[in-house]
Design a protein around this ligand. Structure first.
Ligand code: 6PG
Length: 241
């Protein structure tokens, strides 16, 4: 099934649409499975969404006690480091909502990477215990076509068994630190995958990915779930003129 692409005038309108989708999916998953397991994305695109979900406008619409928060990837830095994806989500969202601490499944960016990947892989398998996969995975699109921390030509793209792996990251885009990332098998097992793509700098890659170019983000094809691209006009139109 071709991915659905929804365009919005600007990043604010896109963030509101993403927040409404988050609220709806959380309610549906909690009713159907008693929990809403979501993998958050790092980067700058989702930060407005996180702030909206923490705001009066949306916070009360989510049963946070049933929400389990994971990450699609993490930089191998301590959780209070400026590059930490956990820190970004914690400051914008997690510290503002009544999410039980045990429902925060943080990737141990401060640990030795292979050990952190093994621990996260084990935690994922224990949590899902053969049930349906993530209810929602939020992803961004890098200027090189990467998503999560699945970069072009990375061996991690070929991982068919493990759900989480450590990846070296030595060329742009920054930060040039080792990462822990979900792999395609667990991403493509999600019920719903939503890409958030903002800004004209992504337009060329977005066009290429949607046209089926062999880029990591184009390998996100849910087996039975839904795939939705939320983009702003700038990301669809590209540089003005
Ligand atoms: C990360 C993200 C990464 C991000 C893209 C887009 O840890 O950096 O997981 O995949 O989503 O690089 O980043 P922006 O939203 O900042 O453009």
């Amino acid at each position: 099934m071709p991915p659905a692409v929804r365009e919005f005038p600007d990043a604010a309108a896109l963030a509101h649409a993403a927040a409404r989708r988050f609220v709806a999916e959380a309610a549906q998953a909690a009713a159907a499975r008693g929990r809403f397991a979501v993998a958050l994305s790092g980067g700058s695109s989702p930060s407005r969404l996180y702030e909206l979900l923490a705001s009066q406008a949306y916070r009360g619409q989510v049963d946070w006690a049933r929400v389990h928060v994971f990450w699609g990837d993490e930089r191998c830095v301590p959780p209070d480091h400026a590059d930490s994806s956990f820190r970004l989500a914690h400051a914008a969202l997690l510290e503002h909502v009544p999410l039980p601490e045990e429902n925060v499944h943080r990737i141990a960016g401060e640990a030795e990477p292979k050990r952190a990947a093994d621990d996260y892989d084990r935690e994922l398998r224990s949590f899902f215990r053969g049930q349906a996969g993530f209810d929602l995975i939020l992803l961004g699109l890098g200027a090189d076509g990467h998503t999560a921390s699945l970069f072009p030509e990375s061996p991690a793209l070929l991982e068919a068994e493990r759900w989480a792996v450590a990846v070296e990251h030595t060329r742009p885009p920054p930060p040039l630190v080792t990462r822990i990332t979900l792999t395609l098998p667990v991403i493509n097992a999600a019920q719903l995958i939503v890409f958030l793509v903002v800004g004209e700098s992504k337009a060329e890659r977005l066009r290429a990915v949607l046209a089926g170019a062999d880029l990591p983000a184009a390998r996100v094809r849910p087996a039975t779930g839904r795939l939705i691209w939320l983009t702003d006009f700038a990301a669809r139109a590209g540089p003005a003129g």
